[in-house]
Design a protein around this ligand. Sequence first.
Ligand SMILES: [Zn+2]
Length: 154
Amino acid sequence: MCLICDRIRMIKNGTNPYFVKELETGYVVIGDNQHFHGYTLFLYKHHGDKTELFHLDPTERAKFLEEMTIVAKAVSKAFCAEKINYELLGMGDAHLHWHLFPRVSGDIENYGNNGRGPVWWYPMEKMYSDDNRPSEGQLADMKSRLLEELEKLI
Ligand SMILES: [Zn+2]
Protein backbone atom coordinates (compact mmCIF):
# COMPACT_ATOMS: atom_id res chain seq x y z
CA MET A 1 0.00 0.00 0.00
CA CYS A 2 1.29 3.43 -0.98
CA LEU A 3 1.02 5.91 1.92
CA ILE A 4 0.24 8.79 -0.46
CA CYS A 5 -2.53 6.84 -2.23
CA ASP A 6 -3.91 6.02 1.20
CA ARG A 7 -3.93 9.72 2.22
CA ILE A 8 -5.63 10.61 -1.09
CA ARG A 9 -8.26 7.94 -0.46
CA MET A 10 -8.88 9.63 2.93
CA ILE A 11 -9.24 13.01 1.20
CA LYS A 12 -11.81 11.52 -1.15
CA ASN A 13 -13.85 9.99 1.66
CA GLY A 14 -13.60 13.12 3.80
CA THR A 15 -11.44 11.68 6.61
CA ASN A 16 -8.08 13.40 6.03
CA PRO A 17 -7.78 16.17 8.66
CA TYR A 18 -4.73 17.68 6.90
CA PHE A 19 -6.44 18.31 3.57
CA VAL A 20 -6.48 21.95 2.45
CA LYS A 21 -7.43 22.16 -1.23
CA GLU A 22 -7.76 20.18 -4.44
CA LEU A 23 -6.06 21.63 -7.53
CA GLU A 24 -6.16 20.28 -11.09
CA THR A 25 -3.09 18.03 -10.76
CA GLY A 26 -2.88 17.41 -7.03
CA TYR A 27 -3.96 17.88 -3.44
CA VAL A 28 -2.57 20.36 -0.92
CA VAL A 29 -2.10 18.97 2.58
CA ILE A 30 -0.47 20.25 5.76
CA GLY A 31 2.39 18.00 6.97
CA ASP A 32 1.79 15.72 9.95
CA ASN A 33 4.75 17.16 11.88
CA GLN A 34 5.36 20.86 12.08
CA HIS A 35 8.87 21.49 13.42
CA PHE A 36 9.21 23.55 10.21
CA HIS A 37 6.10 25.61 10.79
CA GLY A 38 3.89 25.54 7.71
CA TYR A 39 5.44 22.40 6.20
CA THR A 40 3.06 21.48 3.37
CA LEU A 41 2.88 18.75 0.76
CA PHE A 42 1.47 18.78 -2.74
CA LEU A 43 0.41 15.26 -3.74
CA TYR A 44 0.13 14.37 -7.42
CA LYS A 45 -3.32 12.92 -8.16
CA HIS A 46 -2.20 9.79 -9.95
CA HIS A 47 0.27 7.06 -9.14
CA GLY A 48 0.42 4.03 -11.44
CA ASP A 49 3.69 3.98 -13.38
CA LYS A 50 4.21 7.77 -13.32
CA THR A 51 6.82 8.10 -10.60
CA GLU A 52 9.25 10.58 -12.18
CA LEU A 53 8.70 14.09 -13.54
CA PHE A 54 10.00 12.80 -16.88
CA HIS A 55 7.18 10.23 -16.99
CA LEU A 56 4.58 12.99 -17.29
CA ASP A 57 3.65 14.38 -20.65
CA PRO A 58 4.94 17.93 -21.07
CA THR A 59 1.56 19.65 -20.71
CA GLU A 60 0.72 17.73 -17.54
CA ARG A 61 4.21 18.32 -16.11
CA ALA A 62 4.02 22.04 -16.79
CA LYS A 63 0.66 22.24 -15.03
CA PHE A 64 1.93 20.18 -12.06
CA LEU A 65 5.00 22.42 -11.69
CA GLU A 66 2.95 25.59 -12.08
CA GLU A 67 0.49 24.48 -9.40
CA MET A 68 3.32 23.45 -7.06
CA THR A 69 4.81 26.92 -7.52
CA ILE A 70 1.50 28.55 -6.62
CA VAL A 71 1.25 26.38 -3.50
CA ALA A 72 4.82 27.36 -2.55
CA LYS A 73 3.96 31.07 -2.85
CA ALA A 74 0.84 30.62 -0.72
CA VAL A 75 2.85 28.69 1.92
CA SER A 76 5.48 31.42 1.93
CA LYS A 77 2.90 34.15 2.53
CA ALA A 78 0.75 32.21 4.99
CA PHE A 79 3.68 31.19 7.21
CA CYS A 80 6.07 34.13 6.72
CA ALA A 81 8.94 32.07 5.29
CA GLU A 82 12.36 33.57 4.67
CA LYS A 83 12.88 30.89 2.02
CA ILE A 84 10.94 27.91 0.67
CA ASN A 85 12.74 24.58 0.26
CA TYR A 86 11.29 22.37 -2.48
CA GLU A 87 11.86 18.64 -2.53
CA LEU A 88 10.57 15.77 -4.63
CA LEU A 89 12.10 12.58 -3.29
CA GLY A 90 10.27 9.26 -3.32
CA MET A 91 12.60 6.47 -2.25
CA GLY A 92 10.10 5.74 0.53
CA ASP A 93 6.90 6.28 -1.45
CA ALA A 94 7.53 6.65 -5.18
CA HIS A 95 4.21 8.47 -5.67
CA LEU A 96 5.06 11.99 -6.94
CA HIS A 97 4.73 14.47 -4.07
CA TRP A 98 6.41 17.76 -3.26
CA HIS A 99 7.64 18.64 0.19
CA LEU A 100 7.43 22.41 0.69
CA PHE A 101 9.32 23.60 3.74
CA PRO A 102 9.06 27.22 4.88
CA ARG A 103 12.49 28.02 6.32
CA VAL A 104 13.49 30.65 8.86
CA SER A 105 16.89 31.42 10.38
CA GLY A 106 17.73 29.15 13.29
CA ASP A 107 15.21 26.45 12.41
CA ILE A 108 17.78 23.64 12.50
CA GLU A 109 19.36 25.04 15.68
CA ASN A 110 23.11 24.36 15.56
CA TYR A 111 22.84 21.22 13.46
CA GLY A 112 24.18 21.10 9.92
CA ASN A 113 26.91 23.55 9.07
CA ASN A 114 26.64 25.76 12.19
CA GLY A 115 22.88 26.00 11.79
CA ARG A 116 22.86 26.23 8.00
CA GLY A 117 21.82 23.45 5.65
CA PRO A 118 18.88 21.34 4.43
CA VAL A 119 16.02 20.32 6.69
CA TRP A 120 17.25 16.73 6.65
CA TRP A 121 20.30 17.74 8.70
CA TYR A 122 17.96 18.32 11.62
CA PRO A 123 17.70 15.05 13.63
CA MET A 124 14.92 12.81 12.37
CA GLU A 125 13.72 11.93 15.89
CA LYS A 126 13.25 15.66 16.65
CA MET A 127 11.72 16.48 13.26
CA TYR A 128 9.18 13.67 13.54
CA SER A 129 8.58 13.95 17.28
CA ASP A 130 4.94 13.77 18.36
CA ASP A 131 5.61 17.09 20.14
CA ASN A 132 5.58 18.70 16.69
CA ARG A 133 2.12 17.50 15.75
CA PRO A 134 -0.31 20.42 15.57
CA SER A 135 -3.30 20.42 17.87
CA GLU A 136 -6.74 20.36 16.28
CA GLY A 137 -7.03 24.11 16.79
CA GLN A 138 -3.56 24.85 15.40
CA LEU A 139 -4.26 22.66 12.38
CA ALA A 140 -7.57 24.42 11.70
CA ASP A 141 -5.82 27.79 11.90
CA MET A 142 -2.99 26.71 9.57
CA LYS A 143 -5.43 25.29 7.03
CA SER A 144 -7.52 28.44 6.94
CA ARG A 145 -4.44 30.70 6.57
CA LEU A 146 -3.09 28.59 3.72
CA LEU A 147 -6.46 28.30 2.00
CA GLU A 148 -6.92 32.06 2.16
CA GLU A 149 -3.55 32.66 0.46
CA LEU A 150 -4.18 29.93 -2.12
CA GLU A 151 -7.51 31.41 -3.06
CA LYS A 152 -5.89 34.80 -3.72
CA LEU A 153 -3.58 33.11 -6.26
CA ILE A 154 -5.94 30.76 -8.09
ZN1 LIG B 1 0.50 6.18 -4.56
